[in-house]
Structures are given as structure tokens and as C-alpha cells.
Design a binder for this molecule. Structure first.
Ligand code: GDP
Ligand code: MN
Length: 417
């Protein structure tokens, strides 16, 4: 099973999809992440209760924020696009301004490693300083698009907190779900049903109002995922979103200009960021066979065939329908910067794009950056003969392939050699 690409989702909903590769569909990963403090800002604006808090980007700002919040205990939370911060040392309750400043100094400028970040971690450039709460119960609430059911689904669990992934794996029945009728919208009775199942008493009304507000926010802001984990019942019996995770649907970002401003490039994987800047559709994966393909569908098929023949793709890369030699060269440099790549499979169908141009791009990139791993090339379509001739004349170590199966087999063999 490939690693879940919905980075930062606390709870990876593998079982909900119809195909192993559902995670890799472009629509699925074209999601922009928000920071917790940004998500909480949206919550606060739509009536979902959150603790009082402020963002700080320096020790001085942290101290000033704590002063404004008052009291002498605060929660310091590292703002990174990943969950698991609690266990990774990114969430601390501190007492006194000295301790607060020390904790801020320790976190700011560091890289936080959690089970969702990979060993290199993510840079901590901002902190959320919050008032501490007395926690009575930790619940889980999530909302996302259930692609199989073609509607929104609300999920809730009485076992919220830091181990929701384990709960979901061990005891799926502990996750309650309610699907939202797209015409009618989320209904109050559905919220009450969940509230009672969670064992809420005096909070049923507030819980219902909160879920309805979340559903409204989801629709208004074109979200693809919301998670509150934990949603707490405080010592005073209040409901409060202690954590907040929001993913936006990139396909709708054009009409969410204000949210687009919130993008934090520092949190993006450097290669994925470079790809976005060059208009390439690129996602890092765990395998060692790099793929360069035109068209998302062909890229999916290519990855499937690599797996079918016993290999693992190192990336998904769609250079697009109208790829130029320059774009191909950029794409090539991108996949070559990934040190785990042991073979490259170029699979291009020249419909709009001409195969000779693709060949030129490959040759240009290989000359510029040098390539030490075997390159398997399968070209088909417009000007295929010229393309193949260019590659053969280039004197580069290129293995030509005929057809998809041949290409995949040769790439798998080359990576294993
Ligand atoms: P995550 O680990 O990245 O999901 O970060 P969370 O925001 O969920 O925080 C992790 C844990 O820190 C929570 O499950 C809480 O148990 C704890 N925590 C966070 N804020 C507070 C707070 O205000 N008071 C107390 N007592 N615990 C908190
Ligand atoms: Mn959390």
C-alpha cells in the first residue's frame, strides 16, 4: 500500500476509496494545507469555538502575545503542515514567561519531525500561543468528501486525541459516520444523533450548531478536509476545537483568492514546489523508478504497470499536453534531484506534443545535469521516428522500449540491476 499522500491528515481514510491509487489521483492531492492558526481563524469567523490565542514569529512576539492573553500558563504550538506534533515535541504547556521564551526559542527556526513529516521534518517559523484549557474529554470530528459515495461525510469518535489513527485501524466501529445529502445539506437530527452517540449531554445543542457551521464553512470555502482532533469538552463543560486542520481544494482556489494568500511555500516539499512553479504536476512517492509522462491518465497507467511488474514508482510526473523541450528539461532535472531514483522511465504519447521535441528536451537535460541512472524511453505518436533517431544519435545511455509493458519491464529490470 503506498504511503498516504494527504500529508498532515491525522486519519488516513484508505478504506473509503475504490482503488489503491485513489490517493494519487491529481484531484486528490491537489490540496492546499492551512496552518492550525489559519484554520482556527476560519473557525472563529464561522462560529466554531476555539481557545483564545495569537501567532508569534519571534521570542519577543511570543512574550507579548502571552502578556495579552494573561495568566501565567500557556500552550506553545509549532505551526507546521503536519499532525503528530504532540508526540513529536511540537506542543508544550509552559509556566511563566521565562519558560515560554525558552520554549519559543527552542522551536522557532528548528525543524519539527513527526510521524507525518518524514525524517527531514518541517521548518517551524511560527508558533501559536494559546490559553491553556482544562480538558475533560477528547473527541474527534472530521468532515471530508467521500468520493465513493459522492457526498460529504461527517465523522466523529469518542476516542479523540493523539491516537485516532490507531483507533481507526483497530476498531473502525469506533468512528461514527453521517453522509450529507447534497440537496438537503447536513441536517440537525444527524448532528444530534452523533452527539448522543458520543455521550454528550448538555453540549448537544452546541455540538449541533458547531457541525452545521463546519458544513457551511466547508461549502463556502471549497474545503476538501476538516479535522478537529481533539474536540474537547472543557472542565467547564464547554465544547472547544483544541486543534484544527483544513485542506483546500486546489481546483477551487481561483475563487478563494483570500485563502490563496495563506499558502506557505516553506512547508512544501522543495521538488513539489519547483514543479508547481514550472507548471508541472509532480508528486514524490517512495519507490526508485522515476516517471516522466504526458497526461495524468497515462501517468497513472504507467505507475500501475511499474507496480504490476514488481517495481515502485519514485514519483508521479505529468509534464502536460503541450510540453516544450524546456519544460521537459525542467521536469528531468526535477526527477534527477531525487537521490533515491535508480532508473527513469520516459513514457510520452505525442499527440499535441511532438516526439522529436521531447527527445530534444531529454537530451538537453541529460547534457546539462548529467545522468548516472539508466533511462528507458517509450515514444509513440507524432514524429516518433525523428524522436527515436535523435535519441540514438545522442550517444546517451538510453534504452528504447516499444509499448507500455516492454517499457515497464525494462525500467524495473534497470532499477534492479
Ligand atoms: P497534534 O499532535 O499535531 O495533533 O497537535 P494537537 O493540537 O492535537 O495537540 C496535541 C495534544 O496536546 C492534544 O491532544 C492535547 O492533549 C494537548 N493539548 C493541546 N492544547 C492543550 C491545552 O490547552 N491544554 C492541555 N491540557 N492540553 C493541551
Ligand atoms: Mn491533533
Amino acid at each position: 500500500m503506498p504511503r498516504c499522500q494527504r500529508k498532515g491528515a491525522e486519519f488516513c481514510h484508505d478504506g473509503r476509496f475504490d482503488s489503491e491509487y485513489a490517493h494519487f489521483r491529481p484531484v486528490e492531492w491537489k490540496q492546499m494545507n492551512l496552518h492550525e492558526y489559519q484554520a482556527k481563524q476560519l473557525f472563529a469567523g464561522s462560529g466554531v469555538p476555539v481557545p483564545r490565542g495569537e501567532v508569534a514569529r519571534s521570542q519577543a512576539e511570543a512574550r507579548a502575545a502571552a502578556g495579552r492573553l494573561g495568566g501565567d500558563r500557556w500552550v506553545v504550538k509549532a505551526q507546521v503542515h503536519a499532525g503528530g506534533r504532540g508526540k513529536g515535541g511540537g506542543v508544550a504547556v509552559v509556566e511563566g514567561l521565562e519558560a515560554l521564551e525558552a520554549e519559543a526559542g527552542r522551536l522557532l527556526g528548528s525543524r519539527l519531525v513527526t510521524h507525518q513529516t518524514g525524517p527531514e521534518g518541517l521548518p517551524v517559523n511560527a508558533l501559536l500561543i494559546e490559553e491553556p484549557l482544562e480538558i475533560e474529554r477528547e473527541l474527534y470530528v472530521g468532515m471530508l468528501v467521500d468520493r465513493a459515495a459522492e457526498r460529504l461525510v461527517v465523522m466523529a469518535s469518542a476516542s479523540g486525541g493523539m491516537d485516532i489513527e490507531e483507533v481507526a485501524a483497530r476498531d473502525p466501529a469506533a468512528i461514527l459516520t453521517e453522509h450529507v445529502d447534497p440537496a438537503a445539506g447536513l441536517q440537525p437530527y444527524q448532528c444530534r444523533k452523533l452527539a448522543f452517540a458520543l455521550g454528550l449531554g448538555p453540549q448537544v445543542r452546541a455540538f449541533t450548531a458547531m457541525l452545521l457551521a463546519l458544513a457551511r464553512l466547508f461549502q463556502e470555502k471549497d474545503l476538501s478536509l476538516v479535522e478537529i482532533n481533539p474536540l474537547v469538552v472543557t472542565g467547564g463543560g464547554e465544547l472547544m476545537a483544541l486543534d484544527a486542520k483544513i485542506n483546500l481544494d486546489d481546483n477551487a482556489l481561483y475563487r478563494q483568492k483570500a485563502l490563496m494568500e495563506w499558502r506557505d511555500p516553506d512547508q512544501e516539499e522543495p521538488r513539489e514546489r519547483a514543479a508547481r512553479e514550472h507548471g508541472l504536476n509532480y508528486v514524490t512517492l517512495d519507490g526508485d523508478i522515476a516517471c516522466m509522462v504526458n497526461g495524468a491518465g497515462l501517468a497513472m497507467a504507467t505507475m500501475d504497470l511499474i507496480k504490476l511488474h514488481g517495481g515502485e514508482p519514485a514519483n508521479f510526473l505529468d509534464v502536460g499536453g503541450g510540453a516544450t523541450a524546456e519544460r521537459v528539461a525542467e521536469a528531468f532535472k526535477l526527477i534527477l534531484s531525487d537521490t533515491k531514483v535508480r532508473a527513469i522511465l520516459v513514457n510520452i504519447f505525442g499527440g499535441i506534443v511532438r516526439c522529436d521535441l521531447i527527445a530534444e528536451g531529454v537530451i538537453q537535460a541529460v547534457r546539462e545535469v548529467g545522468v548516472e541512472v539508466p533511462v528507458v524511453v517509450r515514444l509513440e505518436g507524432t514524429n516518433v521516428e525523428q524522436g527515436r533517431a535523435l535519441l540514438e544519435a545522442s550517444g546517451l545511455n538510453v534504452i528504447t522500449a516499444e509499448g507500455l509493458t516492454d517499457a515497464a519491464q525494462k525500467a524495473v529490470a534497470a532499477a534492479a540491476a
